[in-house]
Write a protein that binds this ligand. Structure first.
Ligand SMILES: NC(=O)c1ccc[n+]([C@@H]2O[C@H](COP(=O)([O-])OP(=O)(O)OC[C@H]3O[C@@H](n4cnc5c(N)ncnc54)[C@H](O)[C@@H]3O)[C@@H](O)[C@H]2O)c1
Length: 351
């Protein structure tokens, strides 16, 4: 078996090869039970393909409700309860078939059940393929605050099959694209230039592969997010605050929609504090604005966003720490930004 991407403790393997690898793992590992974690959509759209690609028998299906609003402790309680009542023990395996909500939450319940059981991710959204399912971060939201509770816990394997994207709604594909684009911005000019000139976005094997490589290389350098891994949060300080603010409201945004606003604002801040090139800032704004709908943010909401920054997971000693860029591929870490400049950056997005 040749591995597509090696993440040291586990492998990321594409399509049929990945499913064969999964069959072998299950055959050779003597698991007491294999739980297949789906949500209502992946049960409908992805389960059939998954079952056809594997020869796994006697799977126990465990289902959670789709959506970020369900990535919480109540869903975990139901999942632990299900696993327990179906006879799960320390030698059980959880396979997560779904987007980032399923892989984050499924990874979290696996990492804590009986102090940790094996799990495998089979991402079915672009976002979970290039980002959420790799890197070993698991977690859930706490109230409206994103990813506040979680663990570092590696999967045994990640299987990436772009076939699943055929049923994914276009806006969800676009949501994942924000992370593909962010990876290019923190990586190098070649990848960035390739993307920024595109009017039509494609989500082929190569684009996905290159994007995972960026994340994987960074995680290999700094798994616990002491330094380099923080760069993966580019656009996310402001992006997460916006996503949290509108969660459970009629202005609810997809993760990537919020992150694209975060990228524009934080690139503006980068241009003011670290001379990020103006011409690239302008192309980034116009590229992202051509893909995502414009979100209206009023004066009051701007202050709410600033307030929510207090809860960002990169904060320490009461300070909000931003990742900024001197240029494409040149991150600077743990920078504090004056409140007025944050306000100005959101106004730049709105202009
Ligand atoms: N752990 C990490 O490192 C990491 C990194 C980035 C993002 N995340 C997390 O990922 C989550 C977002 O993930 P997401 O964008 O995949 O959202 P998601 O899991 O909510 O999936 C989006 C929607 O698409 C549906 N769906 C999934 N696959 C489908 C398919 N193939 N066909 C049709 N419908 C399908 C889902 O049911 C859901 O309704 C956020 O919670 C974010 O915090 C985690």
């Amino acid at each position: 078996m040749n591995i597509d991407i090696s993440a040291k403790e586990y492998s990321v393997i594409f399509s049929k090869k990945g499913f064969n690898y999964l069959n072998n793992i299950v055959k050779n590992s003597n698991y007491s039970k294999v739980f297949l974690h789906v949500d209502n959509n992946t049960k409908k759209y992805c389960l059939d393909h998954f079952l056809k690609q594997t020869n796994l028998k006697n799977l126990e299906l465990i289902e959670s409700k789709d959506g970020e609003e369900n990535k919480n402790i109540n869903s975990c309680l139901s999942l632990w309860d299900l696993i327990s009542s179906l006879g799960g023990d320390r030698k059980s395996l959880v396979i997560n078939l779904g987007g980032g909500v399923v892989t984050d939450m499924g990874g979290f319940i696996a990492s804590t059940f009986k102090r940790g059981i094996d799990y495998i991710n089979v991402p079915t959204t672009l976002l979970s393929m290039v980002d959420a399912s790799v890197g070993g971060k698991t977690g859930i939201d706490f109230g409206i605050l994103k990813n506040q509770i979680g663990t570092f816990y590696d999967p045994k394997l990640v299987i990436v099959d772009p076939f699943f994207l055929n049923t994914l709604p276009k806006e969800e594909l676009l949501s994942g694209y924000a992370e593909v684009f962010k990876h290019s911005m923190i990586n190098d000019n070649n990848q960035f230039n390739e993307l920024i000139i595109k009017k039509e976005i494609s989500f082929d094997h190569q684009t996905i592969y290159k994007s995972i490589l960026v994340k994987n290389e960074i995680v290999l350098k700094d798994k616990k997010e002491i330094k380099e891994r923080k760069s993966l949060n580019y656009g996310h300080t402001i992006g997460h605050a916006i996503e949290s603010l509108f969660l459970n409201t009629n202005k609810k945004l997809l993760h990537g929609e919020a992150i694209s606003i975060g990228i524009i604002s934080e690139t503006y801040i980068s241009s003011k504090l670290f001379n990020f090139p103006e011409n690239k800032l302008k192309s980034i704004k116009s590229h992202l604005n051509s893909l995502y709908k414009k979100v209206e943010i009023n004066e009051l909401e701007i202050y709410d966003i600033i307030d929510l920054l207090k809860h960002d997971k990169k904060n320490s000693h009461g300070k909000v720490n931003f990742i900024l860029l001197e240029d494409i591929g040149k991150p600077v870490y743990d920078k504090q930004v004056p409140k007025d400049l944050i306000i100005e950056s959101l106004k730049y997005y709105l202009s």
